[in-house]
Ligand binder design. Structure first.
Ligand SMILES: Nc1ncnc2c1ncn2[C@@H]1O[C@H](COP(=O)(O)OP(=O)(O)O)[C@@H](O)[C@H]1O
Ligand SMILES: [Mg+2]
Length: 338
């Protein structure tokens, strides 16, 4: 278990991380999600020992590591830029951390081969220079190098963002499987919502050095805790208070001076008591494999998006141009105070 308690990190006078309290569980795949400059890397640097917090403590299990040296923390790190040793071949790059530990030649070879087999690099590639490898292969080497010393925690800072979309998807799936295999507590930094939602057990969302929300992908997606999270995750419907009142056929207590946010999916498509009906015409349909995204044009010409999952039991589908009603639970209509 990793615990950040009252962590503040400064660059000169600039406070990059403010009073962070956060707990990451053993074996969890945990993501730091937020826009560029929100402080994700700064938190990771404090955890790995690359920078020192000005306040607070970081605990790993029962050990206070706030001021421990990097070497003593047993943390593997992979950065966006592969940061491999360019003059060494692939084998030497992966073996480096073991050599430093003065492991025997045979033990090093055995350990390197074990890891290489797991991460889909071939034995032939081991003798190549790192510059002869593709970006994806180089990033695999970086991951192997981080894992070979059997760290307790693996930190990945935007490890896939230099790769093209197809490779990014492939490596993302591999990473998730690797993490399951090793059961290693993993912290994954990304600015990509979809990446965080698909990979993570839980996500921490950051904005301007402040932790906005911690939750499972489903919680973050369906119940964004702040206006920032609602906007950042996307897919959320945002209408003005007045527009909302004129599209619903019910008396409902909302503040017309503030925007209304709604995440609508198939739990809102079937009629239920106390629900708020919104009626319109299906204006557009997008198919995404296991779900369908609909755009509903309301009687006051707002576009409301909602999704239905294509699970066979209760698949509800609509035709384009058909009249449709969604029934939103009142607690899923959110207004955030500023
Ligand atoms: N070495 C540094 N010196 C001064 N400011 C920095 C330094 N590193 C990061 N910052 C600032 O701290 C904030 C958080 O940066 P960072 O943790 O790198 O964000 P992220 O990883 O989310 O993109 C940003 O405003 C950034 O400009
Ligand atoms: Mg960063």
């Amino acid at each position: 278990m990793i615990t950040f308690k009252g962590i503040e990190v400064k660059y000169g006078d600039f406070v990059a991380i403010k009073d962070l309290d956060l707990t990451i569980k053993e074996g969890e795949f945990f993501s730091f999600l937020g826009p560029s400059g929100s402080g994700k890397t700064t938190v990771l640097r404090a955890l790995t020992g690359l920078s020192r917090p000005s306040q607070g403590t970081i605990m790993v299990a029962d050990n206070d590591i706030t001021h421990k040296s990097i070497e003593k923390r047993q943390i593997g790190i992979v950065f966006q830029s592969y940061a491999l040793f360019p003059t060494m071949n692939v084998y030497e790059n992966i073996a480096y951390g073991l050599k430093v530990r003065k492991m025997s030649r045979q033990a090093i070879q055995k350990t390197v081969y074990e890891i290489v087999d797991k991460i889909d690099l071939s034995r032939e590639q081991l003798q190549k220079k790192v510059s002869e490898l593709s970006g994806g292969q180089q990033q695999r080497v970086a991951i192997a190098r981080a894992l070979v010393t059997k760290p307790k925690i693996l930190c990945l800072d935007e490890p896939l963002s230099n790769l093209d979309a197809k490779l990014r998807h492939k490596l993302r799936t591999e990473l998730k499987m690797l993490q399951r295999d090793f059961g290693i507590t993993t912290i994954y930094v990304t600015h990509d919502q979809e990446e965080a939602l698909t990979l993570s057990d839980r996500i921490a969302v950051f904005d301007e050095g402040n932790l906005q929300q911690v939750g499972t992908p489903r919680e973050i997606y369906q119940e964004p805790a702040t206006e920032f999270v609602a906007n950042f995750i996307g897919e959320v419907n945002k209408v003005s208070g007045n527009a909302f009142l004129s599209m619903v056929d019910a008396t409902i207590d909302i503040d017309t001076n503030r925007d209304v946010y709604m995440m609508i999916n198939d739990i809102d498509v079937q009629h239920s008591d106390n629900a708020i009906p919104i009626t319109g015409i299906i204006d557009d349909i997008e198919y995404f494999g296991f779900y369908i995204k609909y755009a509903l044009k309301t009687n006051n010409n707002e576009i409301i998006k909602f999704i239905t999952f294509l699970d066979a039991q209760r698949a509800i589908t609509f035709e384009r141009g058909a009249q449709a009603t969604v029934y939103i639970q009142p607690n899923r209509v959110k207004q955030y105070s500023v």
